[in-house]
Design a protein around this ligand. Structure first.
Ligand code: ADP
Ligand code: ASP
Ligand code: MG
Length: 450
């Protein structure tokens, strides 16, 4: 069997779902499990409604709810058989309305945010399952909340793999063996007690990978709106080129440092079993896409020593100067304990003799974090930064590469430089406003055009 995941733009409207049906029809013999995201922009819309409810903007909430209902209704009417999904969608929307009214004027709890954000996937999967069935395929809606068991860290829940493996095998394998096509939700899950959770934004890719690993899939297909993993974000660099192959490691590094095409954790569940991920364009299903696999052929893009450039905005640099750091053991442990205590993830780290710089994305615990770090040394913060990552197998063994990178980056100021121990990435920090140009200049330097 295979897992085929369709992102938001690949289910954005009736035409997109019609393409999805064509893609699945061509794969029936592969016994697909279909994972879908919410329709494009719906998750953003739902979270905006939560914000409006918090602000007490009741009228705007009601207007937003009816826009959502109309959009799903319109789609259902345009797809033969999909109207069968409307009753469930409308009743769920009414339930959401009640929930939002209950939040009016106060901050929503993370658990409530997940109960709001999860709806988009529930609706899109109902539409897709009904549309597949309407087209004569055996699409069957499956509620992933009884399979994707997670911990209770709302808005960024972690799956409990042994549990979900068992449940996926018990529920989905017999269905595919019987010729059914399960259609289920990406991104969402539930605690063992049945409380809905989400895996974090962009998490549908991760869902697909987890199911692929659980079911020993032959491959996990990620259907999206570009031809594959590219040498840079094509929205920023027009001439970006598609990579035919990539290693899990490269894909994970690119995703971690901002390549939105894949959720950073996607490769993780698949590495051990060596299950390939294939990224494909749902508007051009005949394309070959990018295959991510263990024995990825190290294809050179032109004569470039690098393979891709990614970047991530909204980064804060935390600097700590501690003269006593030199020659003391236990300093780093104490430092990381502070980050652990405040559940703040560090992306990039660079250390000098008496100072250390770390980058974080999540500023929600910044104040207590800085307060506790101040006990270890002098702390100062720089915000509105971006991480730029240059990725490619064997970077460290390429003489003169750092010089080329920093020449290309000039005159932007480079602030924190780090080369991953895996030797496949080189990352640094620049001011956010400089980042797009820096990426374009790097692309021109290494791939000949921008
Ligand atoms: P989906 O809704 O299908 O999950 P996303 O919007 O999450 O799609 O991811 C696809 C987008 O990722 C592309 O439209 C592209 O702009 C962006 N992207 C960023 N970096 C890259 C890259 N290196 N290669 C390809 N796409 C990239
Ligand atoms: N719909 C969710 C989001 O927008 C999950 C996903 O698309 O992967 O973040
Ligand atoms: Mg995505």
């Amino acid at each position: 069997m295979i897992v085929a995941k369709f992102g938001g733009t690949s289910v954005a409207d009736a035409a997109a779902v019609a393409r999805l049906i064509g893609i699945i029809r061509a794969r029936v013999a592969d016994r697909p499990v279909v994972v879908v995201s919410a329709l494009a922009k719906v998750t953003d819309g739902l979270l905006r409604l939560a914000q409006l409810a918090e602000d007490g903007a009741g009228d705007s909430v009601e207007a937003g709810l009816s826009t959502l209902l109309q959009r799903h209704e319109q789609m259902a009417r345009a797809l033969p058989g999909a109207e069968a999904a409307l009753e469930a969608i409308a009743s769920d929307l009414a339930d959401l309305g009640q929930q939002l009214r209950g939040i009016r004027g106060r901050a929503a709890k993370p658990a409530e945010l997940d109960a709001i954000a999860c709806r988009g996937e529930l609706w899109s999967s109902r539409l897709v399952a009904a549309a597949l069935a309407g087209d004569g395929l055996k699409g069957t809606w499956v509620d992933i909340r009884s399979i994707m068991i997670t911990d209770g860290r709302f808005t960024r829940a972690m799956p409990i793999v042994p549990l979900l493996n068992q449940r996926a095998r018990d529920c989905l394998a017999p269905m595919t063996e019987a010729g059914q096509i399960p259609v289920t939700q990406g991104f969402i899950g539930a605690t063992a007690d049945g409380v809905v959770t989400t895996l974090g934004r962009g998490g549908s890719d991760f869902t697909a990978a987890l199911l692929g690993a659980a079911l020993s899939a032959r491959r996990v297909e990620i259907w999206t709106d570009v031809d594959g993993l590219m040498t840079a974000d094509p929205r920023l660099v027009q001439s970006a080129r598609t990579l035919k192959f990539a290693s899990y490691e490269e894909a994970a590094e690119l995703a971690t440092f901002g390549a939105k095409i894949l959720h950073p954790a996607t490769a993780l569940p698949l590495v051990q079993a060596g299950i390939p991920i294939v990224i494909l364009n749902s508007c051009r299903p005949e394309g070959k896409g990018t295959t991510i696999e263990p024995e990825a052929a190290v294809e050179r893009v032109g004569d470039s020593p690098i393979r891709s450039i990614s970047w991530k905005r909204g980064i804060t640099v935390v600097n700590i100067r501690a003269p006593r750091m030199l020659g003391t053991y236990g300093f780093l442990r104490a430092l990381f304990e502070v980050f652990e205590r405040h559940e703040t993830v560090v992306d990039v780290l660079a250390s000098g003799e008496v100072s250390i710089s770390l980058t974080i994305e999540d500023r929600s615990r910044l104040e207590p974090l800085v307060r506790d770090l101040s006990e270890l040394g002098e702390v100062w913060i720089e915000d509105h930064r971006a991480i730029v990552a240059v990725v490619g197998i064997g970077l460290r063994n390429t003489p003169g590469l750092a010089g080329r990178v920093f020449n290309a980056v000039w005159p932007a100021n480079v602030e924190v430089i780090s080369q991953g121990s895996s030797s496949i990435n080189m990352t640094f920090v620049v001011r956010e406003e400089d980042a797009p140009d820096v990426v374009r200049r790097l692309h021109r330097e290494f791939f000949g055009s921008d």
